[in-house]
Design a protein around this ligand. Structure first.
Ligand code: ATP
Ligand code: MG
Length: 559
């Protein structure tokens, strides 16, 4: 596997550092990728040495608060020490071996990070799960993944117990809990043997969000997660060892592995976490005012929620860079955030399968509504049904070239699903299932998931543009736009609208008319929603994404 990254600008500060110099020739494409790699020993333990030599700023590697006075701060050295202990528990007490699979369903507590690093040390394949999972979801994940071990907390333990007997592969259940249990000896702290992992060995399995159906299991390798950021430079996060980054996503989402683990730690940065059981505006705004968080990463719902607040009463201590993605970021929200805080929201676009595909890099011209340019390693194109590349401005499917070189950062496969794996390929490309365009400057514009496109009287309408137009209206907090049957037009645009809490309106009928007029004025008139429904909330996945397919199925009577 040859690194396709000769084109990148070198960053002198990075290349000069001890950690990066050894990867410089790989980065330049002069040397093959190494055969073996272990993120824990090759990156984290190196930072520990750099830290010991006094060459890293004094901020912690990991900084956790719970908002109730609880605080944890670890240096890289402490992270190393504690994660070795956990690795010993997993391997010696639980008998887990390299390649074994472990489901980890923990909220944002420090142990989640320890277990991750411990698994990297030992080569155990980690499958993160979201804390809101129900017993049925857990059963599906345990059966589908054939995991032999599960780690969870007191809250979820009863759910795990209720389904454990149906999971024939499950041998060990571990609880992260305050109390100690008899027969459980976490006292091993001897140096564990450094295991060399083949760079293609599996590191993690992520379940996709399940926005369009049952979640799929995407396997990622040691290289796609841990090695990629070593080479890919500072494109989407742009961090240094003195930076503090806070990502509010749930631990079960690949975004957390990227934004709260691999990518910041490659740069020796401090990972900050506020353990919030629920995403709460006031708590988040207070934390940003009292802690030196420089980079904030969150789903668009986070920013949609934050701009609903009076931000003039908060003064952020150090916030400089905001990143959002996972679903479209409405330009209106970006504008409001900018006018209230002076900060831009940098959009990222990605998938569980691929990591970050496009992003708005720091310092790059922002075109609101665009997801930015292709990320390093990715040759992103808009293609047609026959895998022909379409010219700028033309709508098609967003795809990434994966032949002859599979990009670093890509998943290896869908587990136990060769059909799905094969269906995601077309010609020399991996197809995302999303539609979009690229402009003359190489910026990508999201139109919608293939299934979400509405075809009304022969016009193709992407829901996102209509949603963005609606969100511009002060009455609208959130909205989802789907197709709805119509005898004349085949299908028409229907908007489900959640009203803003600060907006009071008695007459919903005239508000609906006003919103329709507003859309006609803001975007091409044929896109306006002919049907409207006001709702209290929208159906969402556990990762906070709007489930348009659920709304659409209801419209079409396909429940
Ligand atoms: P499933 O594949 O199980 O149906 P999912 O596709 O939502 O669920 P993820 O891998 O979490 O699972 O999400 C990737 C998808 O999220 C992308 O394919 C795209 O549709 C959407 N997405 C991510 N970032 C953006 C963005 N910036 N703008 C628009 N859509 C985005
Ligand atoms: Mg998907």
């Amino acid at each position: 596997l040859r690194s396709p990254c000769r084109v990148f600008h070198e960053h002198p500060r990075l290349l000069a550092s001890d950690l990066y110099s050894q990867y410089e020739s790989v980065r330049r494409g002069e040397q093959e990728m190494p055969k073996y790699f272990n993120f824990a020993s090759d990156v984290l333990d190196k930072w520990s040495e750099i830290e010991k030599a006094g060459k890293r700023p004094s901020n912690p590697a990991f900084w956790w608060i719970n908002g109730k006075g609880g605080e944890v701060k670890w240096s890289f050295e402490e992270l190393g020490f504690l994660s070795r202990k956990v690795a010993n528990v997993l391997t010696k007490v639980c008998g887990l071996q390299k390649g074994d699979r472990i489901v980890v369903i923990l909220p944002r507590i420090p142990e989640w990070w320890l277990v991750n690093v411990a698994c990297m040390r030992a080569g155990i394949v980690l499958i993160p799960g979201i804390s809101q999972l129900t017993a049925k979801d857990i059963l599906y994940r345990l059966q589908a993944s054939k995991a032999t071990c599960i780690i969870t907390n007191d809250t979820l333990a009863p759910a795990v117990d209720s389904v454990a007997s149906e999971c024939q592969f499950l041998k060990t259940k571990l609880i992260v809990s305050k109390g100690s249990r008899e027969g459980c000896d976490p006292g091993h702290d001897e140096e564990s043997r450094v295991l060399l992992h083949n760079i293609q060995d599996p590191a993690c399995i992520f379940f996709t969000s399940g926005t369009t159906g049952s979640p799929k299991m995407a396997e990622h390798s040691q290289s796609s997660l841990g090695f990629r950021p070593l080479l890919s430079e500072r494109y989407w996060l742009d961090l240094t060892p003195s930076d503090v980054i806070w990502n509010t996503a749930d631990t079960g989402w690949i975004l957390t592995s990227l934004a709260s683990l691999f990518d910041p730690w490659v740069f020796g940065s401090c990972i900050f976490i506020h353990h919030l059981p629920q995403i709460e505006s006031a708590a988040i705004l207070n934390t940003l005012s009292r802690h030196p968080v420089g980079t904030l990463v969150g789903a668009p719902t986070l920013f949609r929620m934050l701009v609903q607040n009076d931000l003039s009463s908060y003064k952020f201590m150090n916030l400089k860079h905001c990143v959002s993605g996972g679903e479209p970021v409405n330009p209106e929200v970006m504008e409001q955030w900018k006018s209230k805080t002076g900060l831009d929201i940098h959009e990222i676009y990605g998938q569980t399968e691929t990591g970050i595909i496009c992003s708005v890099f720091k310092g790059m011209k922002i075109k609101p509504g665009s997801m930015g340019k292709a990320a390093p390693f990715y040759d992103v194109q808009i293609i047609d049904k026959n895998a022909n590349i379409l010219p700028p401005g033309q709508e098609g499917e967003i795809a990434i070239r994966n032949k002859p070189i599979r990009p670093l950062g890509f998943f290896s496969k869908y587990i136990d699903n060769p059909k799905k794996t094969a269906a995601s390929e077309r010609g020399d490309f991996f197809v995302t299932g999303d539609r979009g365009t690229m402009d003359e400057d190489g910026y990508f514009w999201f139109i919608g998931r293939d299934d979400d496109i509405i075809i009304s009287s022969g016009y193709r309408i992407g829901p996102f543009e209509v949603e963005s137009a609606l969100t511009e209206h002060p009455a609208v907090a959130e909205t989802a736009v789907v197709s709805s049957p119509d005898p004349l037009r085949g299908e028409v645009v229907k908007a489900f609208v959640v009203l803003s809490s600060t907006f009071s309106c008695g007459d919903l009928e005239s508000l609906a008319l006003e919103l329709q007029e507003h859309v006609k004025k803001t975007t091409a008139p044929y896109k306006y929603p002919r049907k409207m429904e006001f709702v209290q909330q929208l159906p969402k996945t556990a990762t906070g994404k709007i489930k348009r397919n659920e709304l659409r199925n209801k419209e079409w009577g396909r429940m």
